[in-house]
Design a protein around this ligand. Structure first.
Ligand code: AMP
Length: 549
């Protein structure tokens, strides 16, 4: 079984690559990873394609997410797309439920499903959440947890798995005002946007546009959605995602969930291509309305109106005793028919009753009504509460995909030695913030090591001691690969002068100062209050020479 959209994508991409090879424009093959070549399995001989075919393939690929199942089936026929493993033709695409079915309870008679997203748990708690927020919107709930999807072909490490960790925010807003109070703070932020119309035209050209302009133009549906897109962008940059390999792609009409108003994916480019890592959708009132309809429990916000709304309506009133006696079994029927009448019909009926009597049609009968049976009066109604179902804006993070992309974006090798890898994780996300390296394993270093690690711990900085027997260069190199951003070294000068050196992972530059000064600087560096350039003004450059008696 193959996933139809992936089949079309892989085969067309392989044909385009083979075309480049035939034209002598292929990427340097030696540089290609042998492993990924084997995995792709799409073997395509170098065949030159006519220019118009290349254009057509590129256009199909840009619009790939917009094709329905039958359309994908048609593409396979039109372009003779076959199973790459066997060369056989493929059958018609079929719908497939991504939810894992299970059964609940000792008898196993109650069907259940593993959740494919955390969202529904939030909605089940909506009433309580609303109460916590004093019955007002906007407010948001957030949850991190496992979700399960019966993916057809799980692969590529953490990118497509059947059990994964998600983080979802459900932000509840008034459908009539989807503005966001903090939008002015982020409206200047420029995002790489790939909107629906560009994709439909067969292109994947990204536009750099401020989120303020995108919302003003109506490209992004509303301020709250725009606010979260900007915050997702800032979050991804902060943890170390390369902004040149990040884009926001708008869902096309067919791709979007039927209930959504607008949806954008933060896609990150890695060795598997552009991968959706965060989805951000305006789910409108769909979820709350469906839960409410199913349970009969209203999931609404009741808002006191500043100005009550005053309306007048014609209201029918039956004299039930007389009605029953006069009409017998038709009494209920008449009440229903009159109850369903529009205001215009009631006005007409009222006029006719004032003349004496009238007849109304009910279930193919003509029933006579008199003022003894029915009166219609004009009444005034005052509405001081507005009731509405909030809309939900939902950013949805897949942590495995983000982490995997981050590792790829952060890893590089030193120019002078490809064996020396560096993982440039920002201090914010690096598991160990500071490496403590004693130059010697002699016991006299122990009190200093203890002092430095205690002081760092008290400052909230997680450190590790590497007192292994290997050379200091090897210890640095090993921790560069683990992503530890800073190293402090205790040497014989430290014992005598209470000095310590500080090394930065990416530049390998070193500074020196008193133990307490270095601890203060590294604490600020880890907390993001100081850049390395600023640190260089607070401590002296270390040239590797120290006076020791
Ligand atoms: P969706 O609800 O389909 O928009 O998914 C929300 C997020 O969950 C996506 O942006 C991905 O980061 C992540 N995700 C979805 N499916 C998988 C999967 N099979 N494996 C890993 N992450 C996934």
């Amino acid at each position: 079984v193959l996933r139809a959209d992936h089949l079309v994508k892989n085969v067309l991409q392989a044909r385009l690559a083979a075309n480049l090879e035939a034209r002598g424009l292929a990427a340097d093959k030696d540089k290609e990873d042998e492993k990924t070549k084997k995995k792709k399995k799409v073997k395509t001989a170098a065949v030159q394609l006519p220019d118009e075919t290349v254009k057509e393939y590129e256009s199909i690929l840009a619009r790939l997410d917009n094709y329905s199942g039958p359309e994908l089936g048609q593409l396979c026929k039109t372009h003779d797309i076959r199973n790459p493993d066997t060369g056989n033709q493929v059958g018609e695409p079929q719908q497939f439920n991504l939810m894992f079915a299970s059964s609940i309870g000792p008898t196993g008679q109650h069907p259940g499903f593993l959740r494919p997203e955390t969202a529904q748990g939030h909605f089940l708690n909506f009433s309580r959440l609303l109460e916590f927020n004093n019955g007002r919107v906007p407010f948001a709930s957030a949850q991190i947890g496992k979700s399960f999807r019966n993916e057809i072909s799980p692969r590529a490490g953490l990118l497509r798995v059947r059990e994964f960790t998600m983080g979802e925010i459900e932000h509840y807003v008034d459908p009539e005002s989807k503005g966001h109070v903090r939008f002015p703070d982020i409206r200047h932020i420029v995002l790489p946007l790939l909107d629906r119309s560009v994709q439909l035209s067969g292109s994947v050209q990204v536009t750099q546009m401020s989120i303020g302009e995108a919302v003003d133009r109506g490209m992004v549906a509303n301020e709250t959605l725009g606010y979260f897109l900007a915050r997702i962008y800032l979050f991804l940059l902060k943890i170390g995602i390369d902004p040149r390999r990040l884009r926001f792609r708008q869902h096309m009409a067919n791709e979007m969930a039927h209930y959504a108003t607008d949806c954008w994916d933060a896609e990150i480019e890695n060795s598997s291509g552009w991968i959706e890592c965060v989805g951000c959708a305006d789910r409108a009132a769909y979820d709350l309305s469906v839960h409410s309809a199913r349970t009969g429990h209203p999931l609404v916000v009741r808002q006191a109106l500043k100005e009550p709304i005053v309306t007048e309506r014609e209201v029918p009133e039956f004299n039930k005793k007389v009605l029953g006696k006069t009409l017998g079994r038709d009494a209920g029927l008449v009440q229903r028919v009159v109850g369903e009448m529009s205001q215009e019909e009631l006005v007409r009926l009222k006029g006719e009753l004032s003349q004496g009597s009238t007849t109304i049609p009910a279930d193919e009968k003509q029933i006579v009504l008199t003022p003894e049976l029915l009166t219609i009066e004009r009444r005034t109604f005052k509405q001081s509460i507005r009731e509405f179902t909030p809309n939900v804006i939902e950013p949805s993070f897949g942590f495995g995909r983000i982490l995997y992309s981050l590792l790829e974006h952060s890893f590089w090798c030193r120019e002078q030695d490809v064996e020396r890898g560096v993982l440039s994780l920002p201090p914010l996300v690096a598991p160990t913030k500071v490496l403590i390296v004693p130059l010697s394993a002699k016991e006299e270093f122990d009190p200093l090591i203890e002092e430095v690690s205690t002081k760092l711990r008290r400052g909230g900085i997680f450190s590790r001691v590497d007192d292994s027997n290997t050379s200091i260069g090897k210890r640095y190199a090993r921790n560069d690969e683990l992503g530890t951003p800073f190293g402090v070294t205790l040497d014989f000068a430290s014992l005598q002068n209470r000095t310590m050196t500080l090394r930065e992972r990416d530049t390998t530059d070193q500074l020196i100062g008193s133990i307490d000064d270095v601890i203060a600087v590294v604490t600020d560096l880890v907390q993001g209050a100081l850049t390395w350039e600023d640190a260089c003004t607070r401590l002296q450059v270390y040239d590797g020479v120290q006076a020791v008696e």
